[in-house]
Structure formats: structure tokens, C-alpha cells
Design a protein around this ligand. Sequence first.
Ligand SMILES: N[C@@H](CCC[C@H](N)C(=O)O)C(=O)O
Length: 293
Amino acid sequence: MTIASTVMKGHGTGNDFIVYADPNGEYNPTVEEVQQLCDRHFGIGADGVLRLTRPEYVDHIDKNIAQALQDAQVQWVMDYRNADGSIAQMCGNGTRVSALFLHTQGLSPQGPIALGTRAGVKVLTPRGAVSGLGEHVYTVAMGQWHASSAAEHQISVHQGSVFDGRYVDMGNPHIVTVLNTDTNQWQRAEQTLRELDLSVAPQVTPGLEEGQNVEFVAVEAPGLASMRVHERGVGETLSCGTGLCASAITLRAQTGIDSWKIRILGGTVQVDVDEHNVSLTGDAQLVASVTLL
Ligand SMILES: N[C@@H](CCC[C@H](N)C(=O)O)C(=O)O
């Protein structure tokens, strides 16, 4: 695939992406092209592709959301693809990398960006001035969340253990299991978390028709937790922004605590939840500019 504009590689807490701007709707990759770009041996390698385009060039989008993007007059929409070529509604870490790309490429003025996604408009606020490559911190307001009030799913992992999981809708689907809320149980929960074999997708019963991202969380102290994730369309990743938000929402339901610092394999983020909104603060980094041959 050729893309006649700047293509970059970046990541947010180790969740890595290939990112480019496609303002004229000319470079809409096929499933095979996404798979090839994301292949870690035969391609550039990434968990997903972020195609930044105009609202009219995004397909597989809900009619009402497409209308909302038009009403909000967003300049840019993040058309997100998983490494296996599938389409997802949202990617929390991807929004930060998209914002950094738009800022550093001069495609969006400094300051907050209203970024369109298949899950609606998300506003990203840079924490400090954005100055070229390197690490930058953004807060993304993810907006209204929805969660089931009970753990209605069972998650079995490769080793045979079975956990209860709750459904959380972040625009994309999540099933979250909290391994402990009693901090005296932290060491055991942390060991369980560390030893989970996520090389194979956990089995979820009942599973969601559209598939699911699955998160496992252990609580170390009030407001401090660790998480691992198996992502739909990718596999285990070093971080998942929507999964971190889904985890904090579930932790809040089980502990009453609104504000969480959560460690994942690729770093640490801050998640703040209230009745209506959830916001995610974390890093974004661009690491390379790539020429596709
Ligand atoms: N890594 C992302 C989520 C990407 C989409 C997900 N795999 C899905 O299919 O829903 C994040 O940071 O939120």
C-alpha cells in the first residue's frame, strides 16, 4: 500500500499504532493491508492503525453518530483498525496518539482537540505545550459510560481458572473481572494477575455477539490497581485505554472510589470516574516517521 503523506509509528503506554492523515479519503486500507502493516515480522508492526480522516470518509459508523460528528463540525475522525483488520468503535490510547500526531504535524491548532470516533466526539486536552517528537501527556474525556450492575459473565482462561466478569460499554465492549477489593488480598491477586496466560483469548460465557475485550484487575491500595488485558482483534497488549476506563468504572462500583491510578504492562495512567463521565490521562509518543515501499 502506498500512502502519499507522512506515516508515523507511535504509542500510548506501549499500545502501538501506525498513524497517518487521509484528508481526501484516498488511503482507506483493506483488511489485508492493515494485517500486513501491523505484522511484527513482515510489516512495520503495531496493535492497530489510526487513519485520521474527514467524517464523510468513515465507513461502518452508526447513522446517529455520523450525524453527531457533522453537527459538532469535527475536522478529524479517528478511523481505528485492530491489527487483524477488524474495525472497532473506539481506542482510548489511540485518541492520544492521534492528537499528538495532529498537533505535531500542524494539522490542528495547539490546545484541546475535538476528535471524532465511531463512539462519538472525544475532547483531548494536552497537559502542557506540545513540542515535536517525544513524550506528551493528554487527558481524554471519554463521556458517558454504561455498565451492567451485576457480574453476568464467566471468563475462563487458558490455565482453567474461571472468574466472574461485568460488562462495560465504552463505545466498544469490555468484560472486566476484579480479582480483589480487599487490599489484604493484594499479594495473592497480584500473583494471579501476573501468572495469567493471555496468549490465548479468554473464553467468555455468555460471549458478546460482537466479541469483547477482557480485563483483569488487582487492587493494591485504595485508588491504586494493576491491570492486564486481552484485546479483541489484537491479543494481549501492553495497554488498552478503554479497558482502563472500564476497569476504573468497575472498581468504582465495587469500592466507591472515583479516582484510580492503574498500572499496566506499558506504564501507568490516571482514570477519573463520576456518574456520567470517565476521563483518562496518559502519555503519547511518536517514535518514527516511516516510508512505505
Ligand atoms: N487499545 C484500544 C482499544 C482498541 C479496540 C479494541 N481492540 C476493540 O476491538 O474494541 C484502547 O486503547 O482503548
